[in-house]
Design a protein around this ligand. Structure first.
Ligand code: DHB
Ligand code: FE
Length: 296
């Protein structure tokens, strides 16, 4: 059977991708940020999964005001790096896993979450920058990656609670896939940042670190944070953090509530192991947070 072995959480910023692509990672501004991912690159080499389910957001790149799926799963065999205005990033194409992606779509939709099926899509910095941070500059990404896009750009956006529950459904989907696959789920975006308006540049270290604490030890509480608190405390783009709750909700300690199903879902209640925790301010306009959690 397939299983989720670990969750990885990381912010994304286009300038991080540019710094990598232009060989600037050792410059004074960037060095401390990339140093925070040294351990992570080593860990990923030692804990290479068979597939990564990468939860991220598209930034009006593949989608636009013409079409806005709340939750979309990439079922294609390949996804090309998008041109976001300066040409596509010089990174490898993303090789998908159509069979597992189709299974997740089937299972999650039957669990009452409406996913959009995407058979053709370019992937923007929301997906490629976390891959670059975790993998460096390989000729090919280390394994197939299933893109899972969440709308956090155009209102209305999904609640943290809904994202958390979706994570629970994704775990059930993966664990019902009949092949011996080691799957990692990545939750990306955030942490606090606001790119626009009078509060542009907002960073909130206290909120971010409380969120990291809660995400690790009390994900239920993190899932209860109302939408307005993200916007007030973490800024208008801080809402990207709800994507972290999808990955956290898919971890093995999380029960699906006080239902007879909880035991059947095999929730262990045993907390994940914190392999790595890192926080750095700023990268461009964003507070960068990063966590690696392993299922026991
Ligand atoms: C920045 C951060 C983002 O999340 C994004 O999508 C674009 C830009 C920034 O801090 O520059
Ligand atoms: Fe973003």
């Amino acid at each position: 059977k397939a299983r989720i072995s670990a969750a990885v959480f990381s912010s994304h910023v286009p300038a991080i991708g540019a710094a990598i692509d232009q060989g600037k990672t050792q410059q004074d501004y960037w060095k401390p940020l990339f140093a925070g991912y040294d351990l992570s690159r080593q860990w990923l080499r030692e804990h290479r999964p068979d597939v990564i389910l990468l939860v991220y957001n598209d930034h009006a790149t593949a989608f636009s005001l013409e079409m806005i799926p709340t939750f979309a799963i990439g079922t294609a065999a390949q996804f090309q790096p998008a041109d976001e205005g300066w040409g596509p990033r010089p990174v490898p194409p993303v090789i998908g896993h159509p069979e597992l992606a189709a299974h997740i779509a089937q299972s999650v939709i039957q669990q009452d979450f409406d996913l959009t099926i995407v058979n053709k899509m370019d992937v923007d910095h929301g997906l490629t920058v976390p891959l670059s941070l975790m993998c460096g500059q390989p000729l090919a990404w280390p394994c197939p990656v299933i893109p899972f896009a969440v709308n956090v750009v155009q209102y209305p956006v999904p609640s943290g609670r809904r994202c958390y529950q979706l994570g629970q459904a994704i775990r059930r989907a993966i664990e019902s896939y009949d092949a011996d696959l080691n799957v990692q789920i990545w939750g990306t975006g955030g942490m606090s940042h606001q790119l626009q308006g009078p509060r542009a540049g907002l960073i909130n270290k206290e909120f971010d670190n409380a969120f990291l604490d809660q995400l690790i030890t009390d994900p239920e509480a993190a899932a209860s944070i109302p939408h307005i608190d993200y916007v007030r405390e973490a800024g208008s783009e801080g809402i990207e953090l709800v994507m972290w709750l999808i990955a956290r909700g898919a971890m093995s300690d999380v029960a699906r509530g006080a239902t007879p199903d909880a035991a059947a879902d095999g929730a262990t209640g045993r907390p994940p192991k914190v392999v790595h925790r890192f926080y750095h301010v700023p990268a461009s306009n964003t507070a960068v947070g990063h966590l690696i959690l392993e299922n026991p």
